[in-house]
Design a protein around this ligand. Structure first.
Ligand code: N01
Length: 546
């Protein structure tokens, strides 16, 4: 295979997105001699951390683990101020990486890829942008993130509202001053739960509209001591390797006991300890919390008791307590003073589970015939996750088949990396891979390494096209489904299941088999001669063989 020298309109690879996936991809591909262009809709690097600038936004994976491992110098020189990083610190890090590795010169900002068609005759992807560019690429790599298409429900009267509206996932860069204003927050997922405590300290009054109560665990955030940072930095090589083989891409204390095999006292002690440590490690208190309903209920009930002890008004506490689905099966939330916020005089909670928001009005909104007046509405209503951003691009594969049509009944991938009939189209952390169930940094690095090594393999072997076989794809889709149904996850109406988007198929989209297991599968596929993938050597090679 010939490698392009990077003319204006033809490159080896087009990468869509300049978040942590796109940045690392560009670094790797450039180092390997592939000409590469990155298109990014935002005005700068950072992906999810570029868009999600709402007050209180912070990562729920520890900073020393939520960072790249590919450069020893980078990880040694980085000083993270807090155990769980705030959005501005992570965005600064993304910018630092872009500068340190001189990445910006191959990234075109404020440019959205609108169309990507596979041209079978030329064996290239023909990629178009909203700025009118047309570029041909042998490889098209979607580094578009899993949670990047913000969703505002189609409320009646939405456009009539006379005040300001915001979505947490598309927050103004200059920030918003809510001083003296009455605001509504709609949605109590991770974003709402992080934003509400901060908004409550700024605004005159906050009314929270909650459809489903969420389980949330305290973050117990704080500064990172030099000693703690040293304990990681002195052992980074070994710790990163350990991370890669864990279930979630995170090193945390595990406990191989069943919650049902220990005494009530032991359970209480364990939950109390993990609650005090903070973060999602609470869900690893016992080994069966996400697979056994009775075991799960012990953890859920502990959290309910905590909420009831924090929230002073019993009726409010009861509304905030989740009862209808197992803890952890909707993405667990990590908060800083969320439940305490409902003890403030300027915060009210309105339950919209049985009486949905009827309509938005010029002055506010109506629920169950009752009018509320607001100066601003904050939508913390989530995203069309995992597939929404891919579908926003008109992607057409072999024979003009669209990705949207092919995935009409749910995403179909092999390993979450590729989908049949779309040759040389790769996805980073695509549906069918651990992605959103993992520390994204670990999964991103694993996917980028796997994809770039596949491109090197193709170059070395003079192979032009790569795609999964039908059987490999069918088997993987089935496996992803079977593994998901061994857990409690399908019991919740979550965005993992596509349940937050009207009409979206209810399929558990990420792969829950674990980051380490998944990595081993990907490695075995390669060791087995790329088992399940078909390669096309192209006309030249076929002719040579004759
Ligand atoms: O979105 P969500 P998010 N009327 O979909 C409600 C990651 N993340 O932006 O549950 C009223 O979780 C909806 O109600 P319901 C993380 O992976 C990470 O908060 O569908 N309410 C729900 O309460 C996370 O899971 C971090 O009944 C309506 C909320 O809106 C993912 O991003 C921080 C409604 C949406 O919650 C998405 O989180 C932030 C309606 N018509 C995000 N429609 C961290 O790292 C929707 N809702 C910590």
């Amino acid at each position: 295979m010939s490698i392009n020298q990077g003319t204006a309109s033809t490159v080896d690879a087009v990468i869509v997105g300049a978040g942590f996936s796109g940045l690392y991809l560009l670094h790797r591909l450039r180092g390997l001699g592939f000409s590469t262009r990155v298109f990014e809709a935002g005005g700068d690097v950072g992906g999810t951390w570029y868009w999600n600038r709402y007050p209180g936004c912070r990562c729920d994976v520890e900073s020393l683990q939520y960072s790249y491992s590919f450069s020893e110098e980078l990880q040694q020189e980085r000083n993270w101020p807090e155990r769980f990083s705030a959005q501005p610190d992570i965005l600064k890090y993304a910018n630092h990486v872009a500068d340190r590795f001189d990445l910006r010169r191959d990234i075109q900002f404020e440019t959205t890829v609108t169309r990507a068609h596979f041209d079978a005759a030329r064996r290239r992807w023909s990629v178009e942008t909203d700025t009118g560019e047309n570029i041909a690429a042998r490889f098209l790599i979607m580094a578009t993130g899993c949670i990047s298409t913000a969703q505002i429900p189609d409320f009646d009267g939405l456009s009539d509202f006379a005040g300001e509206t915001y979505h947490t996932g598309n927050w103004p860069h200059e920030g918003v001053d809510f001083t003296g204003r009455r605001i509504a927050v709609i949605g109590t997922g991770s974003s709402g739960i992080q934003a509400i405590p901060v908004l409550a300290t700024q605004a005159e009054h906050v009314t929270v509209f909650q459809r489903t109560p969420n389980y949330s665990l305290p973050c117990q955030n704080g500064p990172i001591t030099d000693e703690y940072a040293r304990s990681w930095k002195d052992n980074y090589a070994a710790l990163r390797e350990e991370q890669r083989h864990t279930a979630k891409g995170n090193i945390r204390e595990l406990n191989n006991e069943s919650a049902l095999a220990v005494t009530q006292e032991r359970r209480a002690e364990m939950y109390q300890k993990r609650w005090a440590i903070g973060g999602a490690g609470f869900l690893s208190s016992f080994n069966d919390l996400l697979v056994d309903r009775a075991a799960n209920e012990t953890a859920a009930e502990f959290v309910r008791t905590q909420i009831r002890s924090i929230v002073r008004h019993p009726a409010t506490a009861e509304l905030l307590v989740a009862k209808d689905y197992p803890i952890g099966t909707k993405r667990i939330c990590i908060d800083s003073g969320y439940f305490e916020t409902f003890n403030r005089d300027n915060v009210a909670l309105v339950d919209v589970a049985d009486t949905p928001i009827e309509r938005i009005t010029p002055g506010g909104l109506v629920v169950d015939g009752r009018s509320f007046e607001f100066d601003a509405i904050v939508f913390a209503t989530g995203f069309d996750a995992m597939t929404g951003t891919l579908f926003k691009v008109d992607i057409q594969g072999r024979g003009g088949a669209t990705l949207r049509d092919k995935w009409a009944a749910g995403p179909r991938t092999y390993l979450g990396l590729m989908t049949r009939d779309f040759p040389n189209l790769f996805m980073i952390t695509g549906p069918g891979s651990p992605s959103v169930l993992s520390n994204m940094m670990v999964s991103i690095e694993q996917h980028v390494d796997w994809v770039t090594e596949s491109l090197v393999h193709m170059r070395a072997e003079n192979l032009e096209l790569m795609e999964p076989t039908l059987k490999a794809e069918d088997d993987w889709v089935e496996h992803v489904n079977v593994v998901a149904h061994k857990t409690l996850f399908p019991l919740a109406a979550s965005w993992y299941m596509g349940a937050n988007i009207p009409g979206k198929p209810r399929i558990f989209m990420p792969y829950i088999g674990g980051v380490g297991t998944y990595r081993s599968i990907c490695e075995a596929v390669v060791a087995d001669g790329y088992r399940g993938f078909a390669f096309d050597a192209g006309a030249a090679r076929v002719a040579a063989a004759e």
